[in-house]
Design a protein. Structure first.
Length: 406
């Protein structure tokens, strides 16, 4: 999309024609153009192939901002479910072994891993413990006995986003976060048993520890009410900041503050707390999933249940990228998008640094999910980003509008 009107940069849409036509059904493209008007945006405002209408930014949106040239941070570019993400765990079990005990396994998973709207966790932390957890990330709950030390090394940001500061959190965020610690939630969050059905690149699959015919566990969850409260709290702050810094916006859902200001710094500290909450959440669930498999298949099965990787969908992070031939640090917003870094990047775990970061792309219910590897092309085209799901025919909002009277 060419730069026009108040747009500071052009917009870029990734997707084949049928997907692009689906994006035209809602406000995806108008929201994308709005993102392109934000101060300090670099190169393009982008959407990935599974994009659809969201709050402020479209879901599937990616945008990078220059902190040295008026760039901003926007909670609408991260979303309410901060670090909503996906973790993949491999097993040594064949899919036939798992199918033979599916009813028992499913009942045990429902019993051991809390899920659903308003679900409350089995692990109850005091406010002080919660503050430590959101500062230290996955490593904190691992030290409590929830998982293996290697788990955090197979996570984006190694299971802990630096800069978290619980002093900038509201009491309501702590109150909402404490009872939901270690829960799946509802909506499109899930725990799913996977069949490694087809392997397209044997060497990459071997590096990731995936073998055709084996079972795996894929699960999707985020920061629950804790992250929602952080977003709600700081949208109010950003609305005031917009007036203070005289930022003209086409949509108040894009409320933002210039990077380096007190408002932006406080949001990033609070957001990092929510990111770490979600890493802890998935770590605790990893432990309970392993316990469940141990109950159903025996402890020997647990020994091979290594985390393949854990990716984050909704976040704003400072990363180093090459922009117009120059290396620079930028603030990359990914909302409903997955980091996809190539081989050689220090952010990629050593065990995968020769092949690239695992990129986990879940499907909709009953359809295939995919495991990809980050390549250098993504760095040049999309600030090292990919889609966060394989897409669906319509968004939940559109489904509600379409079928509410049926």
């Amino acid at each position: 999309m060419p730069k026009e009107g108040a747009m500071r940069v052009p917009a870029k849409v990734f997707g084949v024609e049928p997907l692009v036509k689906m994006m035209e059904r809602d406000r995806t493209f108008s929201q994308l153009r709005n993102v392109a008007t934000l101060p300090g945006i670099i190169n393009y405002a982008m959407v990935m192939p599974d994009a659809h209408e969201g709050y402020g930014f479209p879901i599937g949106g990616v945008a990078a901002f220059d902190p040295d040239n008026g760039g901003v941070v926007s909670p609408g570019g991260v979303g309410y479910d901060i670090n909503c993400g996906v973790r993949l765990i491999k097993t040594c079990l064949s899919i036939e072994e798992v199918k033979a005990k599916t009813p028992e396994l499913v009942k045990a998973l429902f019993r051991n891993v809390p899920s659903g709207v308003g679900s409350k966790g089995k692990l109850r932390l005091t406010p002080d413990e919660l503050k430590r957890a959101v500062t230290e990330g996955a490593g904190y709950v691992i030290k409590m006995g929830y998982g293996w030390d290697e788990d955090k090394d197979r996570c984006e940001e190694y299971g802990r986003l630096e800069g978290a500061d619980p002093s900038v959190l509201s009491d309501m965020a702590i109150q909402r976060g404490a009872p939901q610690f270690g829960t799946v939630g509802a909506g499109n969050h899930f725990v799913e048993i996977e069949d490694v059905h087809e392997v397209f690149n044997e060497s990459v699959a071997k590096s990731f520890g995936l073998e055709k015919g084996r079972a795996a566990v894929l699960f999707h969850c985020g920061s629950r009410g804790f992250g929602h409260q952080v977003c709600s709290d700081y949208l109010k702050v950003m609305h005031e900041a917009g007036r203070k810094y005289k930022i003209n916006l086409p949509d108040m859902e894009l409320a933002c503050a210039p990077l380096g200001t007190a408002e932006a710094d406080s949001y990033l500290k609070a957001m990092a707390c929510a990111v770490n909450y979600a890493f802890c959440n998935r770590q605790v669930m990893t432990h309970w999933i392993r316990e469940t498999f141990g109950q159903v298949f025996g402890n020997a099965a647990v020994d091979e249940m290594h985390v393949v990787y854990d990716v984050c969908h909704n976040v704003a992070k400072f990363e180093e990228h090459e922009v117009n031939g120059k290396r620079m640090t930028v603030c990359v917003h990914r909302k409903g998008a997955t980091r996809a870094f190539p081989a050689g990047r220090k952010e990629v775990p050593k065990i995968y640094r020769d092949v690239g970061q695992p990129v986990l792309i879940p499907g909709s219910m009953g359809t295939f999910s995919y495991v990809l590897a980050g390549k250098e092309g993504s760095m040049k085209k999309s600030f090292g980003s990919s889609c966060h799901g394989s897409g669906r025919v319509m968004s939940r909002k559109e489904a509600i509008r379409t079928f509410k009277s049926s």
